[in-house]
Design a protein around this ligand. Structure first.
Ligand code: SAH
Length: 349
């Protein structure tokens, strides 16, 4: 089959063989990509129309007990100026976000032991009490199933936990030995069992990644069928072991976004900040390739530059929640509609 046929097939059957994925990922021409992006966009619009959902990202802490080789807030990075938001600060972010039209709040952070189950439950229930029409998404790394259960009980709706790579050996190249690939995957399973809308995901072009791994990522998405999937290019951070590595490819990220959309037409797929950081119009390109979520930054402005997962991270302009009106205009001029809905997955079964 040529690539056009493969793309048509993927759109109809939502699956390809290992060899076919490899073929598509390695041999797609610029024309194939245009065709692929169009097919993915059409698949998205069949479910969601022109609506793009927006989420307010609140970066609650950059203190982390982990030491992931790629991440700028890793424990060993002594150059990182640490902060932690107070409960009051987090609630103020939500208050401001609500006024700006946000109906999903994403609490993301390093694995900071200060945020115990009790404290998080208190914060989540307060948010849900004040803004009962809003969804709360957590992105706080690996916790116990019991913890996930309590946070769900307190009102959390969704959880983002990128698995980072599906390949166990590659996982070992990205993380110190203490961090276990099995545990990462077990957490995703536990989150699902607790009733969350679950988001997994991976970086594109992280050191040591090859196309065979990306093929396996797509096959994993087919099997796991996550409600959400976060993917973005790897971007080096100078004060990490990967500081001298090169960034992932925007073209390949867009190609993968489209494949994921065709595999799961109803998936919630963000055009990520990493994509926007590497490419001027990365957000729009991501959406044109099948993404349907954007996550502007709603953190207090004085901490934004401290939550530096990678260098040159975009947090001004369209990345800033305060400029959601400009984002709205940008979307409109590109033919999309920034939707004020909560934006849950619209899955038929
Ligand atoms: N501690 C939380 C949140 C992590 S930050 C957790 O473990 O889920 C969110 C995501 O940023 C990570 O999952 C990772 O995929 C991404 N990230 C971290 N460093 C990055 C880098 N240098 N380039 C691109 N993405 C990165």
């Amino acid at each position: 089959m040529n690539n056009t046929k493969l793309i048509d097939f993927l759109g109809q059957k939502h699956t390809l063989s290992q060899e076919q994925y490899r073929e598509l990922l390695t041999t797609a021409t610029a024309e194939d990509d245009t065709y692929l992006h169009k097919a993915a966009r059409a698949a998205c619009e069949k479910v969601y129309g022109k609506r793009i959902f927006y989420r307010g990202l609140i970066e609650i802490s950059n203190i982390c007990k982990n030491d992931c080789y790629y991440c700028g807030i890793r424990r060993s990075n002594t150059a990182c100026e640490r902060y932690r938001l107070s409960q009051q600060q987090i609630l103020s972010c939500c208050e401001e976000g609500y006024k700006l039209g946000f109906r999903t709040f994403v609490l993301q952070g390093g694995e900071d032991g200060f945020f115990t189950d009790n404290l998080l439950c208190e914060i989540i229930s307060k948010i849900k009490r004040s803004y009962s029409d809003c969804a709360v998404t957590l992105s706080l790394g690996e916790r116990s199933k019991e913890s996930y259960r309590q946070l769900k009980e307190a009102g959390a709706d969704r959880y983002l936990l990128r698995h980072e790579t599906i390949d166990p050996t590659h996982y070992g190249q990205l993380h110190p030995r203490q961090m276990k690939h099995e545990n990462r995957l077990a957490c995703l399973q536990a989150l699902r069992e607790c009733g969350y809308q679950v988001g997994c995901g991976f970086m594109v072009g992280s050191p040591g990644q090859d196309v065979g791994m990306l093929v396996k990522e797509l096959m994993f998405i087919e099997k796991f069928r996550p409600e959400m999937c976060g993917i973005g290019p790897f971007i080096p951070h100078k004060d990490t072991p990967f500081g001298q590595q090169k960034a992932g490819s925007v073209t390949l990220t867009l190609r993968l976004l489209s494949c994921i959309r065709l595999i799961c037409p109803d998936i919630l797929l963000p055009a990520t900040t990493a994509l926007a950081s590497l490419s001027e119009d990365g957000r729009i390109k991501g959406i044109e390739a099948g993404a349907n979520v954007v996550m502007p930054n709603l953190s207090p402005s004085d901490v934004r530059e401290k939550y530096t997962l990678y260098n040159n991270k975009a947090y001004a302009g369209h990345e800033s929640a305060q400029q959601v009106q400009q984002l709205q205009q940008l979307m409109q001029s590109a033919g999309f509609l920034l939707s004020c809905e909560r934006g849950d997955i619209e899955r038929k079964m």
